[in-house]
Design a protein around this ligand. Sequence first.
Ligand code: ATP
Ligand code: MG
Length: 659
Amino acid sequence: MPDDAPDGIDSLSTETRSFPPSSEFVKDAVARPSLYLEAERDREEFWRNQASLLSWETPFTEVLDWTNPPFAKWFADGRLNAAYNCVDRHVESGHGDQIALLAEYEDGSDATYTYAQVKDEISRLANVLVELGVQTGDRVGIYLPMIPEAAFAMLACARIGAPHSVVFGGFSADALRSRMEDAEAKVVITADGQFRRGKAMPLKPAVDEALAHGAPSVTNVIVVRRTGGEVAWTEGRDLWWHDLRESASTEHEPVWVEAEHPLYILYTSGTTGKPKGIVHTTGGYLTQTSYTHRAVFDLKPDTDVYWCTADVGWVTGHSYVVYGPMANRATQVIYEGTPDTPHQGRWWEIIQKYGVTQFYSSPTAIRTAMKWGEDIPAKFDLSSLRLLGSVGESINPEAWMWYRRVIGGDRCPIVDTWWQTETGAIMISPLPGVTSTKPGSAQVPLPGIVADVVNDAGESVGAGKGGYLVLGEPWPSMLRGIWGDPERFQETYWSRFPGKYFAGDGARRDDDGDIWLLGRVDDVMNVSGHRLSTTEIESALVSHAWVAEAAVVGASDATTGQAPVAFVILRGGSEEEVAAAGGEAQVSEILRQHVGREIGPIAKPKQVLLVTELPKTRSGKIMRRLLRDVAENRAIGDTQTLADSSVMDLIQQGLTGRR
Ligand code: ATP
Ligand code: MG
């Protein structure tokens, strides 16, 4: 039962399973327990050592300047280039022939790019950008599908010190326009179209529309030919990538920039509010993305085949497809399409095809695979896998167990990585070979990171208590601000708990001191004076054999203030079970009772509504605020960052007449 603490968040979880690392991992892991000790002994020295693994044109002397909080400077007197670190230095050290990218296209065709080839591609594009008048410091928009050119475009920008602003290839013309205007981009790099579920979908028309309505700073549009469809053309402004590429030189000297030179702007996914233009700089960002990628994913660059399924339009695609892995000389898969094209086993087929060793994906993808059924991955050879990762939301313990057993063959450690667009890199995660993992918990701040769970007064909560996740000390890859809005930066992140960064997430500590994320503080509900998070109730629902996915929101209630309302997707094959159990009303009742038994009567949903879809952002996060609108019978709020805008109609139609 929750205690009656006046503040913080109540926690009801009873999860106690734990999995020690295999002896194999303990023996060979990149991460060592001594990392924690080193970082504790001298945090700045620890980060100095990590930063020293990068190649600096001018070595830094000072590690951290925190004289003007919350504005941090890391390695400020050093100079480097991110693209040089991600590409050139590997070619120079004799690894030019190593494959950097294994590109898998949706139609089953593929291509490979070695580090030497990537160097040529990005050098060409860097020369093109310079010729178009892009100078160091100018912003470049990128609006591309998941094809190698997306990584090339980002690295070409980094090469000349022009911050990129990647906009997800599924966003609307309006979303693109507002982001290009906010960043005052000079050039936009796009494609004629992209393949989605076997169909060629146009992309360039959205750029044309965006520029017809605004973003006057954009002088040129570079267009990759991908689908070969007809495109409207604005002479003088629009240029084909392949034409420019042909005449561009592969000789290009990277522009050395100061460590604090902005590397990119990226807008948050907008799960809870209006997206914010997050600014990341070069030296600290590259230090922490490469360090975390190495240690958390146990990267062995000579033998591993790494695959992160994230799109480059999301921060995970920046830090764990482009910058971290490439700085570490990884060989990685980059896949253009959807997980169910042409069949629901596509991802597992890709793992088999390339012998993928590390697989990094999201809870939403795992739950979808659970829904489709475990006989699908069972058809493929997944024995090459040696580590699994998760990011984006809390992973429900049952989804974690499924991931471990069905995909990981009970052999692969799972790293549940907590971080945000704002943190730039992983902050809280088990370390493979060191940490005994727990299903559903991100567990421990990484060496070098200081995190805490506090109550409303900002005091650390004790074991078993819930509260707010805060970061107590600056970290190298922290955001340097919100583009063009220093006050919003201070106000949004540093005002709730003075001197501390408040992430906006709830969390609890267990008896071992491990951290469990409890979901957004915005989503916490107050039920008869108990402050309940969404995560634990959702996990209780997912622990029922019928349930694949669940979203819980607090809806206003005359007696309890707020009451949990659950939206549930059943697993494939459950329909007959529903009928056998006596229909939907009966199933809802069974699931309500199940939650009551699992975590306590207070958490029992007032309603359990069966749906076939849930509203999600492009990065796969459930947008609970829209479900709250449904639960409270309000007009649906802003859906601009929704992956599929028809989902809300489907949900409402499905519920009509049933409530
Ligand atoms: P916005 O801030 O615009 O509402 P967003 O927070 O969804 O958008 P991101 O920066 O992509 O945008 O998401 C970061 C958030 O994702 C975290 O604050 C947290 O709520 C959630 N998250 C990410 N990884 C995990 C994880 N491993 N466990 C629990 N939650 C996670
Ligand atoms: Mg956020």
